[in-house]
Design a protein around this ligand. Sequence first.
Ligand code: MIC
Ligand code: SF4
Length: 754
Amino acid sequence: GDKQVPMSNLEKGKFVNYARIESNLQIVRQRLNRPLTLAEKIVYGHLDNPHEQDIERGVSYLKLRPDRVACQDATAQMAILQFMSAGLPQTAVPTSVHCDHLIQAQVGGPKDLARAIDINKEVYDFLATACAKYGIGFWKPGSGIIHQIILENYALPGLMMIGTDSHTPNAGGLGMVACGVGGADAVDVMAGIPWELKAPKVIGVYLDGKMSGWTTPKDVILKVAGILTVKGGTGAIIEYHGPGVESLSATGMATICNMGAEIGATTSLFPYNKRMSAYLEATGRSQQAAYAQEFNHNLQPDEGSEYDRRIEINLNELEPHINGPFTPDLATPISKFAEEVKKNNWPEELKVGLIGSCTNSSYEDMSRSAHIAQEAADHGLKTKSIFTITPGSEQVRATIARDGFVDTFENVGGVVLANACGPCIGQWDRQDVKKGEVNSIISSYNRNFTGRNDANPATHAFVASPDLVTAMTFAGSLTFNPLTDSLKGADGKEFKFSDPAGHELPSRGYDPGENTFQAPPEDGTTVNVAVSPSSDRLQLLTPFKAWDGQDIVDAPVLIKAKGKCTTDHISAGGPWLKYRGHLENISQNCLIGAINADSGEANKVLNQETGDFGPVPTVGAYYRDKNIPWVVVGDENYGEGSSREHAALEPRFLGGRAVICRSFARIHETNLKKQGMLPLWFKNSADYDKISGTDKVSIVGLADFKPGQDIKVEITHKDGSKDSFLTTSSINEGQWEWFKAGSALNKMAAAAKA
Ligand code: MIC
Ligand code: SF4
């Protein structure tokens, strides 16, 4: 029925639209005439035009109408700057902004937060006023990490959300199709334009058995990451199902969905169940839980629906895993880990254990870690490694403070950091080791790319469940296996940890803590959004130049990147986050982490005009100022990781025109297209070896290009000899228009004028 159930307790007059899903599915079912997976039901339930939309998994581009948009502070600045250029009075769908990425961990929660509010005042003011003006809910610094706040307040079964952060899929723990996107995609939806997504394939993960002991939901995804690898989920939604699902809490399911980002999945999803309704009720949404129950037929996969690939995991047999170093898909079961540490010469001493982050900071996670810490304390132990705890939200922080877990952590030497991303995104003033010193850390976070947490490329970062992280900090060693090994208590007696136990939900209910939400005023039209021309943090955007209709001729290869080139390599986090609203300034970090395939070095490339070597951004800007277009060459899964569109905006700003790779990560490929860059795929992957950083390339036949066609690339080597190869692309008609206009935003502006 057309019930009026609010989408959240914070937004007036916005209602859950299950009726649209129902009617869309009636149409789609008639057309497809086959059983549908859960992912398909929700995705097709949000089609803009269910009658005419082509629907072929892995092939068609779908036009979708998401229910909401979420942005975090490090990506919202660029998204809002772009939205401002669209000149609209309000966002077309409910939107929220979350201040979480810009808070550096130094000494502990309250002091770090106060310092961040001071240092980032200009940016927070900009975001707060823009949110008020455009009708966006604003979550102040200290409120918590975007994905935790979304789960607590906005995520709902069957709805669809896009978010300018790659871990947006966290909301799949409540049965929502939630996808990470670049800012420009978010702007489309905020401006009332449908969101475009290649119809996802669906990978089914069948969970059998029951979770117990030291095994946690985190281990499900660590295992899946080992199976699928960092690019195995590309273009697919991962749909979990089977009897094992019942043994997972909603927040545990969220952990699994969150880290689907690490395997490139479009999103991950669980069918609606009792554990979800329990979480909805605990977070003040009984009405929504009841409505979802009524709608349950559309929140489960159809009997007989088919997956593009099927994986089976028996939870009875699943061991805890530790993944890493340097990549989240290097999965090792705990029983083999000590052996691997020795074999690979990974530094055995564990310097730091970090729990929390958007992946693992639920009440349940914290209660299990506190249980482990208390047991160690009962044996008179303090942690041997540094131990940090980041609560995911103010609500989790207040609740674990009330219930005594904060005391437990602090008693054993733990430091409770601000409710924010902190060390997860390199916002960490780490003092215990020097840059360049080889060392190991382990976290309950999700990614562990080189240099991510502390900007030290010699740090070996591992990821595991909060349970393992907590236990290992008491041993101070990577070779400790709490399932089998003992520790010596203060009394000299050996003891073994018992199985961790925790609480899915707080028995006394959540304590909301401080109110950190700013609702937009009824009418924001008179609010003034200020961007100072002299600011080094914020800069209004200047439109990129439209394409001149000519081929790209003799463009130097700025860098041929070797191996893993994530968005952390292309646009690093940590200290650079402060320039996320200032394109010119942040462009100084463009590709500085990428490894030059010709030399094996980072941030040193040949300037083909002068013959000198220089930093990547300097050489890029040199070419730009001489009107010389340039290109980047990359390997597999280029742009893996973050949704940050800066990784596409920066090369474009510095005069880049194309990126030629063996393969791309989904969000980054779209971000490049949006900003008027050409993402081209080597048709024959071996052609990567034909090209070097001393070559010039011409991209030919562009004037006659039609989507679907190959694009020819001609190379001139340094010695004058020539080569050529073909590239493919996933550019469709609409996206080709973006390239021609110079960017998607230019195209939108032109359409608005017409
Ligand atoms: C990350 O985990 O890498 C981030 C920082 O949250 C990014 C977003 C960003 O770069 O601002 C992400 O995951 O998309
Ligand atoms: Fe923040 Fe880390 Fe989560 Fe990204 S992965 S949103 S940086 S906590």
